[in-house]
Design a protein around this ligand. Sequence first.
Ligand SMILES: *[C@@H]1O[C@H](CO)[C@@H](O)[C@H](O)[C@H]1NC(C)=O
Ligand SMILES: *[C@@H]1O[C@H](CO)[C@@H](O)[C@H](O)[C@H]1NC(C)=O
Length: 290
Amino acid sequence: MFAKMKLIFSLVLINIVLGYSNADEVKCGTRKVDSEKSLTIGDSAEIKEFPWLVLLRYEDANGTNAGYRCLGTLVNNNAVITSAGCVEPTEVILKGVRLGEYNLATDTDCIEKDDKKDCVDPVKDVGIEKKIVHSDYNSTTGDNDIAVVILDQKVDFSDSIQPICLPKADTETKPGDKVVATGWGRSQKGELIVTMKRVVSTVVSNEDCEKDYSKTTKTVTKNNICTKELEDSKHFTCAADSGGPLMSVSDNVWNVIGITSFGIGCGNTFADGNTKVASYVSWINDNIKV
Ligand SMILES: *[C@@H]1O[C@H](CO)[C@@H](O)[C@H](O)[C@H]1NC(C)=O
Ligand SMILES: *[C@@H]1O[C@H](CO)[C@@H](O)[C@H](O)[C@H]1NC(C)=O
């Protein structure tokens, strides 16, 4: 009797200890697939490849669903970073966040690998508690195009839902660095795509980038990272990919170094403008604490 009670007591204790350690330990930037292809080949992404990517859902003024029009990046269990333009669009209202998506056309996402079916948990749709747009955001110039979205609940992590790491504030990129973006925006031929894509790019200098934007209202500043897709990339970023992550990996840990912000059309040789996350690390940390 006493031994049994002792066993029960120790089981309870173990659960409590495990419970606490799970809640405390948020291991960012890791995932269940290997990293090799992620930085070399622009193509369809693998399932579980970018588990921090989320879709932003909109409604019009009458509450009619207006679909997914932007992306965001999960940085802990209840906060997403995205562009300011995606949080304050002019015609629609940001209403929800979808996590754990891979194939937009299927309810349960699976891939066939070596004759085996590999499936992930169903998507998780959540509401929004708070939207915080950077107070110096300028939609004309694209300056400070960053926002934090606080979810209305803490989500459980899984193979298809994981947070990415923020970069260190002194993280620098240099022209030629390989970086990767992702999303579901239109393909090269303008077709809608249903499975998550991987877009591999190289960083270009801000000077080169400024030349592309000299005839536009957008300004390229030290708070931007500009990129160009690899020439053999099957995919590139397009309108619906706004707000999504620009990523790099070091020691197998993924960091969100940029947020897709502005571009000139898509699938051409113009550089893409991304908000440089390293410039905003303390702003993000201040605003994801609720
Ligand atoms: C909302 O509903 C009103 C009244 O039915 C209609 O006049 C208006 O066009 C609708 N607005 C949108 C954005 O659908
Ligand atoms: C945005 O920047 C433009 C160009 O510098 C400036 O004219 C405008 O007043 C700014 N808008 C806001 C809201 O700060």
